[in-house]
Design a protein around this ligand. Structure first.
Ligand code: PFF
Length: 452
């Protein structure tokens, strides 16, 4: 453990993670969240099931992990938050990419917090009153307007509270406590779901691929966006967290652990959601409101299961809140860290300012679920993809000797993997992600200018 490690040079006096476990769990906490439990199942359903899962797996390990390593290398070398780190590694021309990171983080934080607010509301209601009939109508009532704004603000306040406590006492401690709880809860739910009648049909949809679909550009595009979003890459989070991390630790091992944990949680979430949907014949309803899929189908399922369903339901929504808050914390940390590094603001002021900004921006998606859907699509499918492309070029082609940063603290096994990661970063990622960014950009422009 690197208790009390202090960085030299640019980062003199900078806060640091106290332990290796703290860093890993904080990064896993960022990666694992609504993206895994809410977004992954509905994207998989939209993307046709198993083909999407395979494309997602490939994108996670072939592109996502090298990009995460790139962000780690940039952040740990510069010991600065994204704007300063990009300036120091690439020069002034890279500052706009840092600003894109901050904007993306703020936007994601704003609408994720609205969804977290729904989950808080569902958990509370279920604990106090149980689930009631008409889940679709209920979702419509709860998901937009006054109640949604109220619970969104509760969720932002919780996030601000944790970030205010700082890297060690806030982020690290919250993650240490929350992430293991989340894993246990989810595994329990997956085992429970496997006992449902007709679970097999759910597994078939989820796990039996048609290979032709894996190569469909739309599936690849959606899977890539989902992989980046889920790993929290392409928006400066991993740059920020690595800037607080010791040079004695093995970044390669951490990236592997984080990606594996992230993939596993999404995969297990699918093992929870699909059997439930199929067991209860809910797949039609989910098609109607993709964004609300989880919040419509599952309460309906929990209701039909009587008192067991109530306990499982409360547990499920609590899990969702825990997962979401640790991601929100990382997003708020990016914006706060940039404010702290670029201005004279202290942590307290920076966090409050950034948190209030996200609270305000979040009113728009809290008022209209259509706005929420558009924000999600725009940031996940365009901004994040552009961010990933930028990171690949910066770390692969502009940064001086990224491999040196990755070799620090790396064990012999991981030393051997670094050249492969760099090859993927330099050649495969820019080409593949460039192509995906092009498709996304074309799609977004067409949608904006009346091509819908
Ligand atoms: N990775 C998180 C998830 O899968 O829920 C969500 C998220 C966090 C996305 C942070 C983006 C981000 F920067």
């Amino acid at each position: 453990m690197s208790e009390g490690t202090r960085a030299s040079g640019a980062g003199e006096g900078r806060e640091v993670f106290g332990t290796r476990l703290g860093f890993v769990l904080a990064a896993v906490g960022s990666a694992v969240g609504l993206g895994n439990i809410w977004r992954f199942p509905y994207q998989t359903a939209e993307g046709g099931g198993a083909a999407f899962v395979i494309a997602y797996l490939i994108m996670t390990f072939m592109i996502g992990v090298p990009i995460m390593l790139a962000e780690f290398a940039v952040g740990r070398r510069a010991r600065l938050s994204p704007v300063g780190a990009l300036r120091s590694i690439g020069g002034r021309a890279w500052v706009p990419l840092g600003i894109l990171f901050v904007a993306t983080s703020l936007l994601i934080l704003a609408y994720l917090s609205v969804i977290t607010g729904w989950a808080i509301r569902y958990a509370l209601d279920a604990a106090l009153f149980g689930f009631s009939a008409g889940a679709g109508d209920r979702f419509t009532r709860i998901s937009a307007g006054g109640p949604a704004i109220g619970f969104h603000l509760v969720s932002i306040a919780l996030t601000i509270g944790i970030v205010l406590l700082g890297v060690r006492r806030g982020i690290e401690r919250a993650s240490l406590l929350m992430m293991p709880t989340l894993f246990l809860l989810l595994i329990g739910l997956a085992i429970w779901a496997s006992t449902l009648p007709n679970a097999a049909a759910g597994y078939r949809f989820y796990l039996a691929p048609s290979l032709a679909e894996v190569l469909d550009p739309a599936v690849l595009q959606g899977a890539a966006a989902q992989a980046f979003y889920s790993l929290s890459v392409g928006m400066g989070i991993m740059i920020t967290y690595a800037s607080y991390y010791s040079r004695e630790e093995n970044l390669n091992r951490e990236a592997a652990v984080i990606a594996l944990a992230d993939f596993s949680v999404a995969f297990i979430a699918g093992l929870v959601v699909f059997p439930i949907m199929f067991a209860l014949g809910l797949s039609e309803e989910v098609g109607e409101s993709a964004v609300g899929a989880l919040f419509i189908s599952l309460p309906e399922a929990f209701l039909r299961m009587g008192s067991v369903g109530r306990i499982v339901g409360v547990t499920f929504f609590m899990t969702l809140v825990v997962a979401a808050i640790t991601s929100a914390v990382s997003l708020l940390e990016v914006v706060s860290a940039v404010l702290m590094d670029e201005t004279r603001l202290a942590r307290r002021q920076a966090t409050l300012l950034a948190g209030c900004a996200a609270g305000l921006v979040g009113v728009a998606p809290a008022v209209s679920i259509a706005t929420l859907g558009v924000m999600d699509q725009l940031v996940a499918e365009l901004f994040t993809v552009l961010g990933v492309l930028g990171v690949a070029i910066l770390a692969g082609w502009v940064m001086r000797a990224p491999e040196e940063e990755l070799r620090l603290g790396a064990s012999p096994l991981f030393q051997q993997i670094i050249p492969l990661a760099l090859f993927l970063l330099r050649y495969v990622a820019p080409l593949l992600v460039g192509w995906i960014a092009w498709i996304s950009l074309r799609g977004s422009l067409a949608a904006l200018f009346g091509g819908q």
